[in-house]
Structure formats: structure tokens, C-alpha cells
Design a protein around this ligand. Sequence first.
Ligand code: DAH
Length: 370
Amino acid sequence: MLKYSIYCLSFSDEAYGFYPNIIFFRRDFMMIKEKLDEIRAAARKRIEGSLDLEKLNAARVDFLGKKGELTAVLKGMKDVAAEDRPKVGQMVNELREEIERSLEETKKRLESAAMEAAMAKETIDVTLPAKRRPMGHRHPNQIALEEMERIFIGLGYEVVEGPEVEKDYYNFEALNIPADHPAKDEQDTFYINGEMLLRTQTSGAQVHEMEKGRLPIRMISPGRVYRSDEVDATHSPVFHQVEGLLIDEQVTFSDLKGTLTQFAKELFGADTRVKFRPHHFPFTEPSAEMDVSCFKCGGKGCRFCKGEGWIEILGCGMVHPHVLEMSKIDPLKYKGFAFGVGLERIALLKYEIDDMRLMYENDVRFLGQF
Ligand code: DAH
């Protein structure tokens, strides 16, 4: 077998022997070198062409693994002449390192590409419209109440609450409605027992406030009231009132008129006119009902105000001296005025709702309109 062959190479450092420009190699050495070059090219192709880490790992096994190509070369070392072995060993090691480096670089590249792809998937488009969550709405009653509270707080009033389960005394007697008074029949009352009842009006809150003995008083008291009425477009067994009370020295009917006129203008608009009609309530003397000019037609008369031009919105009057006395307030020193407003009535008017039953059904299509 021909043991030597002549190769002409320009890389003198890879030469086995050197003669001016002509380098001599042993044939098996050259075969190994060729084999290593083949492996190098194949490995580069496989590694660089790996599209994912799994394929890259398979390439590692195929080139560097126990049954891999490079290991096979090492196993063939026994056929290499002893003097060539160090050089072959060095070349195999260099190739191994080169392949490892290339594997490592490709691994990093694939990992960062995978990371980038994952990040791209997670990208948030901040210009997309937000998902709308269904939102609750304030009830028209609540909107009207907050408006009324805002107006009276602006006039120096405080908001207090009275009990819904009430003694007969606070709901009737202390308000100058004795047992045999016809007003007690007018208001069909839910009694709990002989003494306790569900309040038929918020006026009892006046008595609780006066009994505290802190004067002067400027308060409004909103809350639920109960009457055994049948449900229809204008009645409900449970509805809401807002009571008002002012007590001080030298209070006159003019103060009442001025205060409630201001209230009406703020609630229904600055053009609103008011009218006080004489009326009767047991706990006020004199008493009146207040009408406001129809805010739909301005007072000319329309379907909304039933051709009247006026709409009744509240009851009021000067606190009856007997009522003051019963709550231990000296009627010679103190005077006061009071008023009571139906909250639903205000909300129905203000938002032009034509059936009170809508207020209690809690249909979100209705509530969403306010
Ligand atoms: N409590 C009365 C009612 O339920 C309303 C009322 C009228 C309250 C005149 C008052 C008032 O404070 O002065 O019909």
C-alpha cells in the first residue's frame, strides 16, 4: 500500500513535512484531515440549519456523541502513525471545540429568537379600545336626593336620618295628630303592634331633632315611608320623602317662602316661579302647598301639567306652637318652618317618568337612562 502521497498546500502550519512550497503528508493523515474537513462542513450545515433546540441537540449527538462522527475519528487513531497522533489529536480537539462553540452560539441564537417570538405574542396594543364593563347606575331617586341634599347643604342645613320603625307618638301624636284626628285615617298605616308602626311620613324626624334640645335647627331628613296603598302608576306602599325643618328665633313665613323658592329655582331652573296655596296640615299653622311653574311649557299649560301651568311639589308651613311645646321648645321665643317633599314625585317630574312602578322594578334598561 502506498504510504506517502504528495499534496500541495499553502497552509504551511498544517504541513507534516516541509519542502519549498511542497508539503508532504502521509496518506492516512491526509485522509483524516479530509474526513475532519468533511465533518466540519457537515456539522456547520447541520448546526446552522437547525430550526429549533431539539434539532440542534440531535446534531450535537450526531457529531460529538459517543457514537458520533468525531468519536469515530478518534477511534481510528490506532491506525495513525504514532508520530502523527499528537497532530491529529490536536486537530480533532480543535474541531470539537469549534463544533461546541458553534452549537453554543446557535443555541443562544435559537433561545433569544424563541424569547423574542414569545414577547411578540405578548405584545399589548395600547391603542385597542378597552373592554367595557357594565356599570351600575344611580337610581333616579338617588340622583334627585343628592341634588336636594346639595341644595340644602348649601343653605346651611344638615342631613339627618330618622327611624323607619316608629312609635305612634312620633308619627302622629307629637305632630299634633291625636288618636281621634281624621288625618290618622287618611294615612293607612302599617301597625306592628298597638304602639309601633312603620312611619307614614318623615315628619317624625322633626320631633326627634327637636327633642335633642339643640337650637337652632336646620335639617333635612330623607327616608322611606310606608302606607298600605295599592300599587299603581302614582302609588306605592313604600316610597320616599324628604322632610325639612328650620327652627330659630325670629323666623317668619317669608323665610319659608324665600328658602323654598330658592330650592325650586335650583332644582328646576332659574326661570321657575312658585306659588303658595293655603292648605292644612295638623303640625303647621299656617300651612301651604307649593306649586312650581311647569318647566315643560313655562306655565302656559301643556299635557305635562294637565293644562294647569303649575305643578304641586311639596307641603309646608310654620311649625305649630303646640308641636314646639310638646318637644319642649318655647313657642314664644322660637319659631320654625317645615316642609315635606315626595322624593319619587320630584324624580318623576324631573326625569319625565310617567309610571312610578318603573322606579321599583330595577330594570337596568330603565336605570341606565339616567
Ligand atoms: N308629612 C306630610 C305628608 O306626608 C308632608 C308635609 C307637609 C311635611 C307639611 C311637612 C309639612 O313638614 O310642614 O303629606
